[in-house]
Write a protein that binds this ligand. Structure first.
Ligand SMILES: [Zn+2]
Length: 178
């Protein structure tokens, strides 16, 4: 089912984009806001479900020291890094639509973001991290299940640690959710 054009639902929201603005669709706006704040609602929903499943994690943490890439949920002991990618900023094949103003600029910019994501994936994989990426449009419950499976799986197959740094107990960075 898809909403008729012009009947876009904006629940509990009185924000109105200027007519013709490239931010005039709710999806675009949500993605724009998502880029400003780490705590986008799909990410919060996922965090809450994962937390409820009994898993603990760090939020907005860097998997690799010195690498300026931040995972949304980080399970350091089992080396699982979870990213919730915004449909606009990360170029979702289903939802990315370049804004009408300067479409080439945006295509290029988003293309760079995507390339950076793939580079992040490769660097993490090279250091034995498991990378899980979800689109913000995906069902948080299904994503949470995959996260749990991945973390449990890595736990069971964990090899004797060859860690250079000891795991530091949660110091408040791993926030309680829910
Ligand atoms: Zn999407």
């Amino acid at each position: 089912m898809s909403a008729e054009a012009g009947e876009e639902q904006v629940v509990g929201d009185d924000w109105t984009a200027p007519a013709g603005s490239w931010a005039s669709s709710a999806a675009n706006r949500r993605s724009m806001l998502g880029n400003r704040s780490r705590d986008t609602s799909p990410e919060l929903a996922l965090r809450s479900l994962v937390h409820r499943a009994g898993l603990r994690y760090r939020v907005a943490a860097k998997p690799i020291k010195g690498m300026r890439r931040t995972a949304d949920l980080l399970f350091r002991p089992v080396r699982v890094a979870v990213f919730v990618d915004g449909c606009f900023w990360h170029g979702c094949p289903e939802h990315f639509v370049p804004p009408k103003t300067n479409p080439e600029y945006w295509r290029e910019k988003i293309g760079r973001n995507v390339a950076r994501d793939r580079d992040t994936d490769a660097r993490l994989a090279a250091q034995d991290w498991l990378v899980l990426r979800f689109w913000e449009h995906e069902d948080p419950a299904a994503c949470a299940d995959l996260v749990k499976q991945a973390v449990d799986g890595r736990r069971h197959h964990q090899r004797p640690a060859r860690q250079s740094t000891p795991d530091i107990p949660a110091d408040g960075a791993a926030r309680e959710v829910g």
